[in-house]
Design a protein around this ligand. Sequence first.
Ligand code: NAP
Length: 248
Amino acid sequence: MPNIAGRLLILGGTTEGRALAAACANVPGLETISSLAGRTKAPLLPHGPVRVGGFGGVAGLAAFLRSERIAAVVDATHPFAATMTANAVAAAATAGVPLLVLRRPGWTERPGDDWHHVPSMAAAATLVPRLGERVFLTTGRQSIGVFAGIDACWFLSRSVEPPAPPVPARLEVVLDRGPFTLEGERELLARRRIDVLVSKDSGGVAPKLAAARDRGIPVLLIDRPPAPEVEQVATVAAALSWLAALGC
Ligand code: NAP
């Protein structure tokens, strides 16, 4: 069992971050603090102490690691939270604190899928009118502005909170938070007559992909930013093993 001197900082905002915080609560002697960016007004809170808001870049995070006696950092942020991850890598190196990235694997195409990979949100916006007219956007409200100038398509966007302008002229917003069901996703695609799905390659459970496969519609998949060059694991169990190896 880990018994590291000092606390574990979990950079969260994800299912994995919450699962790790919950698992750490069962480890005697392991104190954690979870960090959220503060993007949503009513976030799902992890178990245990939580701080909210940016650190103030690399220097701010390095200072936090020192002042809060942080002995290890697990970056469990979303695979597309590339700025936070890059800052964590730099700050952990500056402060001499061990860092692990906990990240769920990306998705794998299956028979019956019609996936179109693009490297960026901008590339997705260029390609989407060629793939369909009724678009289900599941990329989050912060990326919706990229699609604002596309008048040839009608968009259905799903996010926890409403998107801010600019937004596409022909847009319906569904405010919802997962987990979603296959039945629900099938019904949504059918009722809105969706003919293309746009998603980040977030990984994890995603019945929307199975529903798109069933419906025979293309999926425009935005590839992940490059992974940082630090140790990375895919499961909470592996993260706990890393902690155990550090402290006992
Ligand atoms: P980002 O672009 O990589 O980060 C921008 C800035 O936000 C960071 O430099 C940092 O500010 C602050 N920040 C981000 N995550 C933070 C955290 N966990 N704790 C404290 N500060 C944080 O991040 P993002 O893509 O906007 O994601 C923000 C949060 O939403 C993350 O916690 C992420 O796990 C979660 N999330 C993101 C997505 C997505 O698609 N990007 C999806 C689901 C959940 P300072 O420089 O001031 O420290």
